[in-house]
Design a protein around this ligand. Structure first.
Ligand code: PSU
Ligand code: MN
Length: 304
């Protein structure tokens, strides 16, 4: 079999128990060491505490893994040679025997292949600011347009052009629901200020939308559950806006492009906010993982 499923994950799926896929690029390339390994382990624990099984997704020595053991998770978090793998990188990485952390696009694809329906991350990739000059749009969007998976996130990263990204999601036919909010979250910020068309307040409402999606059939598109970071844990908005402007200028000045852009900007924000951006990012991911576990629990209890 091409995919290596952890025993625990295989077992849970065979018995209809909840599984939550977790993305690994945020661990390997989004959070600084050594905090990243602590967070990775904490996220897995919180999925377990909620009665679900965590399945962190990554490619190890050319083999896609759905669920990692402790040593494998440690490798993703600490080995500096671990690559960043979007969906398009999976085949070359496999052929090359390479190891890499998967982005939202890579994770969504592999998780769906393995039959995992619920997935948690921090913030989605999207359309970058300055898109009229540089055509940088994350592969996350296109993958979400062709994968039936429910992604719990704190919106899209605020380093992006948020209205343009939401417009793209609409064009691509990807469903977006705010969780307990009428505005789309802003990743580090509780709100991006942009309204959402749909708001849900309970995990069972998300599961109901998933069931409706299955009932309809039709295109395999994702359902984005946009869950804001709590206001008391967000990055102070003025600080966010000021440092982000500096970060974008520095990124342009340094000529950073392609896959390196997102990690560069996230790192800049952490270093120039005295770690406050890191705390907000972790708080957002934590909340998403907890919510994803609750959604997965209702989903397995009521579906099929
Ligand atoms: N969420 C975070 N930190 C991250 C990411 C998400 O809190 O680093 C990652 C995800 O893997 C997402 C990627 O898919 O950033 C987007 O990268 P790009 O813009 O290069 O597509
Ligand atoms: Mn990009």
């Amino acid at each position: 079999m091409t995919l290596a499923l952890a025993d625990e994950v295989r077992d849970a799926m065979a018995h209809g128990r909840p599984v939550v896929a977790l993305e690994s690029t945020l661990i390997a390339h989004g959070l600084p060491r050594p905090r990243n390994l602590e967070v990775a382990a904490e996220l897995e624990d919180s999925v377990r505490a909620a009665g679900a099984v965590p399945a962190t997704v990554a490619v190890l020595d050319g083999r896609p893994h759905i669920g990692l053991d402790k040593a494998q998770l440690e490798r993703i978090a600490t080995d500096g040679s671990v690559r960043k793998l979007g969906n398009r990188d999976l085949a070359p990485a496999m052929a090359d025997g390479a190891s890499g952390a998967t982005t939202v696009s890579g994770t969504a694809f592999l998780a769906a292949r393995a039959g995992v329906r619920v997935f948690a991350t921090g913030g989605l990739g999207g359309v970058h600011r300055d898109w009229t000059r540089v055509q940088d749009e994350s592969a996350d969007l296109r993958m979400l347009a062709r994968t039936r998976i429910t992604v719990v996130c704190a919106g899209v990263k605020s380093i992006l052009d948020v209205p343009a990204t939401l417009q793209r999601l609409e064009t691509l036919g990807v469903g977006v629901v705010g969780y307990g909010t009428e505005t789309f979250p802003g990743f580090y910020l509780s709100s991006s200020g942009v309204p959402v068309d749909w708001t849900v307040y309970e995990p069972r409402s998300v599961a109901a939308a998933m069931r409706a999606q299955d009932g309809l059939g039709g295109p395999d598109t994702a359902l984005v559950v946009a869950n804001p970071v709590p206001e008391n844990e967000q990055l102070a908005p003025e600080l966010h806006d000021r440092v982000l402007a500096e970060a974008l200028a520095a990124c342009r000045r340094d000529g950073v492009s392609g896959q390196a852009v997102t990690p560069y900007l996230l790192d800049y924000l952490v270093r120039h906010t005295d770690g406050a951006a890191l705390e907000a990012n972790i708080a957002a991911v934590r909340g998403n993982v907890r919510l994803a576990a609750r959604i997965a629990a209702v989903w397995t209890a009521t579906a099929h």
